[in-house]
Design a protein around this ligand. Structure first.
Ligand code: ATP
Length: 723
């Protein structure tokens, strides 16, 4: 105990310095990004100068500021974060007054006074009280919740009524800067699909139904929250051109959202590629849409042409040459490979940090989408909340793919939003660590839509259930590098995944890791529902979400990655709570109970009124000792440092994906294993992964998740917000 206390204090001091460096590094990083993006754009595309876009954008922002008086420029948001912060506090305090902490009863908490602050092995801290005031502004990408159910009731309702609504009540999020590697999403017009039809999914179904409800239902706020949530991801989906132009309600809202979200002008290309014609907000059939600000005209590619974009990656291995992961393959063995793998690992890192320029593809709207009949269904792989995934074979090419069938059962009003988001994001993003969606195909009935994805032999959850021994450190490093790289790409592109967990991380027998399941992900910098802290499966959910924070950032994904890193090392979940309270209790017992000093703002979170256990020490080291004779997973000093930085309580201080990629742990021995040397495992397609899990390891989370989703649909925010 004493040793822990002593050690914790030293670490605390060390971490204060580290965090200072980290925060300023982040600030510099994000400030420099715009500059780099401009340079890259000049160099790579020779297209429209980013600076033009920025100034156009700034003009737009100034215009909006003139209208609503409160919007902050993204370029000034970091530097003037203090005022933004104040603004945020004002809004939060208004709702805090109204909210109760919730129904959580006292657990095993003691009556002790505040835990001795300096004795907590504080993870990744900086001391705001002593610090540079700029630190408190942080550079974390936040997802500001504009439409707070409690705070902005009136303004939300007003928005639906008045065309020139009083936007001064609205705090608009800063339009996100486009990252250097941003590839404009393909535009999809949505409508009712049938085989051979133009690929059209009807976003209007949602819009219309939302309007209908608005007219008939007195609970405008809830509906508008829903509407906003539904609308915002559709920023990169073209709104149906069959929209009723006379609908004043629509006009008002469209106008609002045009103002509220970064305006990305779409240029319509006529059928002959590259010819720009007039700007219009909606596409015509057969037209290919590109974004002027991308500087890249998307090339035309028939859906049936498929994708070969990733084929040149990775090294073909003999897939029959399976070798089961074996702990006897010790670090010493791994070290033997270093001379061979060092440079390769460096290559991997370099490749991952600079994702290849993706293939410029676009859906040919005239061609329509293929029928699922063009695939031979082999077996069901798994069934999640939002879809059933099958292994299938493309009859034409013989390629094995994964087909995710979109679940429509709960959707009385059109195409499920979660799937729209997922398709939109996955078609847009190209990165070696993000699963590739090749195309969308349709079944015979109107309600069957399938995403055609590259097939991956395993997901990490299922794989770890079959492994006898956990991954060793160099393997975990290889996996974590790929994960950080994928998440960095998402965050750079202003997307939060919001459901990172081992079952959403796929691995193939070439050692390639890919993140999947973007059903809960969303672009941020746009309004969020007040209840969205129900995102992220419980075990991987960050303390700020568990405690009911109404504003969150990319840091929620980083917490999940910390849980995943620990799970990869130990082959069991780090915090396997059964309820929100149990989850927090488990976290506090290992990491120590947080307090206002290590996490400024903690005591104001809605869930904090509950009497939690008072546990002053960070005991993570006990779980991951430097040396172990008892079979516990070991972790070096650098490794535990990274883990603690990922599991830092204060989201502002939690490490970013970019900083994690450059963490010292990846540079010390054992070095990250090269993907080519990762163990291979028998493919998990022999049987339904889901069934196997039910037999081996029942998942208490799925039921809970379903309940939570039902609650969200009913507008019940969470345990913390019920009275
Ligand atoms: N491209 C793929 N290749 C192989 N298996 C896949 C692929 N995509 C998904 N799977 C399998 O299907 C499972 C469910 O997929 P996914 O997570 O996308 O569905 P979901 O309905 O969104 O699930 P959840 O309930 O976790 O939200 C995954 O855990 C994985 O086992």
């Amino acid at each position: 105990m004493a040793a822990g206390r002593h050690g914790g204090y030293r670490d605390h001091e060390f971490r204060d310095q580290e965090a200072d460096v980290e925060v300023s590094r982040r600030k510099i990083y994000y400030r420099d990004r715009l500059r780099d993006a401009a340079r890259n754009r000049d160099r790579d595309h020779g297209g429209r100068d980013l600076r033009d876009r920025v100034s156009t954008w700034q003009r737009g922002i100034r215009k909006r500021e003139a209208v609503n008086g409160s919007c902050r420029s993204p370029l000034s948001s970091h530097s003037s974060g203090g005022s933004g912060k104040n603004q945020k506090r004002i809004r939060l305090s208004a709702s805090d007054v109204e909210r109760e902490a919730g129904e959580l009863s006292s657990g095993s908490g003691s009556d002790d006074a505040e835990a001795p602050l300096s004795e907590v092995w504080e993870n990744g801290t900086q001391n705001h009280e002593n610090g540079d005031p700029s630190m408190s502004t942080g550079t974390r990408k936040f997802s500001p919740i504009v439409w707070d159910k409690d705070d902005n009731k009136q303004s939300v309702v007003a928005m639906s009524r008045v065309k020139s609504s009083n936007l001064e009540n609205v705090t608009l999020p800063p339009p996100p800067p486009l990252p250097p590697n941003f590839i404009p999403p393909q535009s999809i017009a949505f409508g009712q699909p049938s085989v051979g039809d133009t690929l059209t999914f009807d976003v209007d179904v949602h819009v219309e139904s939302a309007h209908e409800h608005l007219r008939n239902n007195s609970q405008e706020t809830t509906l508008l929250d829903d509407y906003e949530e539904e609308f915002s991801p559709a920023r990169s989906i073209s709104i149906s051109r069959w929209a009723d132009g006379n609908n004043t309600l629509r006009d008002a809202e469209d106008e609002f959202f045009e103002n509220a979200v970064p305006k990305r002008r779409k240029t319509i290309l006529s059928d002959s590629e590259g010819q720009k014609s007039q700007e219009t907000p909606t596409p015509e059939l057969g037209e290919i849409i590109t974004r002027e600000d991308s500087g890249v005209a998307l090339s035309k590619l028939s859906l049936s042409e498929g994708e070969d974009g990733d084929d040149d990656q990775g090294v073909e291995v003999d897939r029959n040459d399976y070798m089961v992961a074996n702990s006897n393959e010790s670090n010493a063995d791994t070290n033997d490979q270093f001379s061979e793998t060092d440079s390769e690992a460096e290559d991997i890192r370099a490749k991952m940090s600079e994702p290849r320029q993706p293939p410029q593809r676009c859906i040919n709207m005239l061609q329509g989408c293929r029928s699922v009949d063009e695939f031979e269904r082999l077996n069901k792989i798994n069934e999640g909340t939002y879809g059933v995934v099958y292994r299938a074979k493309d009859k034409k090419t013989g390629e094995i793919v994964a087909l995710k069938k979109v679940k429509m059962e709960k959707e009385r009003e059109g195409f499920p939003l979660t799937s729209l988001r997922e398709i939109n994001i996955l078609l847009s993003f190209h990165h070696p660590s993000i699963v590739d969606v090749k195309e969308v195909v349709v079944g015979s009935s109107l309600d069957s839509i399938f995403m055609v994805m590259e097939y991956m032999e395993h997901d990490l959850k299922g794989l770890m259930e079959t492994m006898k021994q956990p991954f060793n450190q160099s393997e975990v490093k290889c996996l974590m590098l790929q994960l950080f790289s994928g998440v960095k790409y998402l965050h750079d592109n202003w997307v939060l995944h919001r459901d990172l967990k081992t079952s959403n991380i796929l691995l193939n027998n070439r050692g390639e890791l890919k993140i999947c399941d973007f059903g809960l992900s969303r672009q941020y910098g746009s309004p969020l529902k007040p209840y969205t802290h129900l995102v992220v499966t419980l075990w991987y959910r960050s303390p700020e979400l568990l405690l009911g924070a109404k504003e969150y950032s990319t840091a929620i994904d980083m917490w999940s990655l910390g849980c995943i890193m620990a799970e990869l090392l130990a082959k069991e979940p780090l915090f396997s709570g059964k309820t929100e309270f149990d989850q927090l209790d488990k976290i506090f017992r290992i990491l120590g109970t947080p307090n206002e000093k290590i996490w400024p703002g903690f005591s104001k979170l809605p869930g904090v009124k509950v009497n939690f256990v008072k546990q002053p020490y960070n005991k993570l080291r006990e779980k991951f000792p430097p040396i172990s004779f008892s079979g516990r997973p070991t972790l070096s000093e650098a490794g535990i440092d990274l883990l603690n930085k990922l599991l830092t309580y204060d989201p502002e201080k939690r490490i970013t994906a970019d900083a994690a990629l450059n963490h010292q742990w990846f540079y010390e021995v054992p070095l990250p294993k090269s993907k080519d040397f990762m163990p291979t495992f028998p493919a998990q397609h022999a049987q339904d992964r889901c069934l196997r899990r039910i037999m081996k390891s029942p998942d208490p989370l799925s039921e809970q998740r379903k309940k939570e989703l039902q609650q969200s649909e009913l507008g019940v925010s969470s345990l913390f917000e019920r009275r």
